[in-house]
Design a protein around this ligand. Structure first.
Ligand SMILES: *Cc1c(COP(=O)(O)O)cnc(C)c1O
Length: 227
C-alpha cells in the first residue's frame, strides 16, 4: 500500500466522525513527509525536538506540527516559535517553561496534558490525581501564554483488547469529569482527547478519541526502534 492509499484509508475511517489524524512522521525523512503533504495531509507528529526542527525547516510552512514525545524544559525554546500543539506535557515545570518561551513570540501555545494510563512503568505522564491537582493549582492560572486544550494518553502495548479499551475508557471518563467541573481556570479549555496509534486506533475511536496518532500504518514499519 502506498502512503496515499493509507491516508485515504484513514480519512475514510474518520469521515463523519469528530476526529482527526496526526500522521506520525518520526524517523521518516522530509521527502516522505512531503509525499503525505502532497496528498493533502497537514497535521504531523514528531517525538524528538531536533528531528522536528530539522524537518520543519525543509517542509512547507502550513504544516501543523504536534510534538508527541517527551520534552525537556531546556529544549522548549527551539520549538516555541512554530509548534502548533505540544501533546506531551507532564509537569507544571514544563508548562512554565513553555509559557515563558511562548511569551517571547507573542504566542499562546496549545498544550495537551499527558496522562499515564498504561500498565507499563516506562511511559511518561501524569496520574489522574496529579493532573487534577495541576489543573486547579494557583500557579497554572498565572500562565497566560499556554492553553490546555486536551489530554493525551497511550494504552498498554498488548494484544488484550479489553485492557486497551478500559484504559482509553478511563481517560475519556476523566476528560468528561474534569470538563464538567465548575471553576476551571480560563487557560483550560478541554476540546481534544488524543488516543490511539496504528495498533489500537479502532478501539480509541470507539472510546471517543478526537485525535489519533498514526505512524507505521501510514508510512510503513520504522527501521530502527524508538525509545
Ligand atoms: C510513535 C508514536 C505514535 C505512532 O505509533 P505507530 O505505532 O507507528 O502508529 C503515536 N504516539 C506516540 C506518542 C508515539 O511516540
Amino acid at each position: 500500500m502506498s502512503i496515499k492509499e493509507n491516508l485515504n484509508f484513514f480519512n475514510k475511517k474518520l469521515e463523519g466522525k469528530n476526529a482527526r489524524l496526526v500522521a506520525v512522521s518520526k524517523t521518516y525523512p522530509a521527502d516522505i513527509v512531503k509525499e503525505a503533504y502532497d496528498c493533502g495531509q497537514r497535521l504531523f507528529g514528531e517525538n524528538k525536538v531536533q528531528e522536528l526542527v530539522e524537518k520543519a525547516k525543509e517542509l512547507p510552512g502550513d504544516i501543523e506540527w504536534h510534538l508527541i514525545g517527551h520534552l525537556q524544559s531546556n529544549k522548549v525554546k527551539y520549538i516555541a516559535p512554530f509548534i502548533s500543539v505540544i501533546q506531551s506535557v507532564d509537569s507544571l515545570k514544563l508548562l512554565k517553561e513553555i509559557d515563558k518561551e511562548a511569551k517571547k513570540y507573542f504566542r499562546t501555545i496549545p498544550c495537551y496534558l499527558q496522562l499515564h494510563i498504561a500498565k507499563e512503568e516506562s511511559k511518561f505522564g501524569l496520574s489522574f490525581e496529579e493532573c487534577q491537582a495541576l489543573i486547579f493549582s494557583e500557579e497554572l492560572k498565572n500562565l497566560k501564554n499556554v492553553i490546555i486544550t486536551g489530554f493525551m494518553g497511550m494504552a498498554t502495548n498488548t494484544d488484550n483488547e479489553e485492557t486497551v479499551r478500559s484504559e482509553f475508557h478511563s481517560l475519556k471518563s476523566f476528560f468528561e469529569k474534569i470538563k464538567s467541573k465548575p471553576g476551571l481556570p480560563v487557560n483550560v479549555l478541554l476540546k481534544e482527547i488524543s488516543m490511539g496509534m496504528s495498533g489500537d486506533y479502532k478501539i480509541a475511536l470507539e472510546e471517543g478519541s478526537s485525535i489519533i496518532r498514526v505512524g507505521s500504518a501510514i508510512f510503513g514499519q520504522r527501521n530502527y526502534p524508538q525509545l
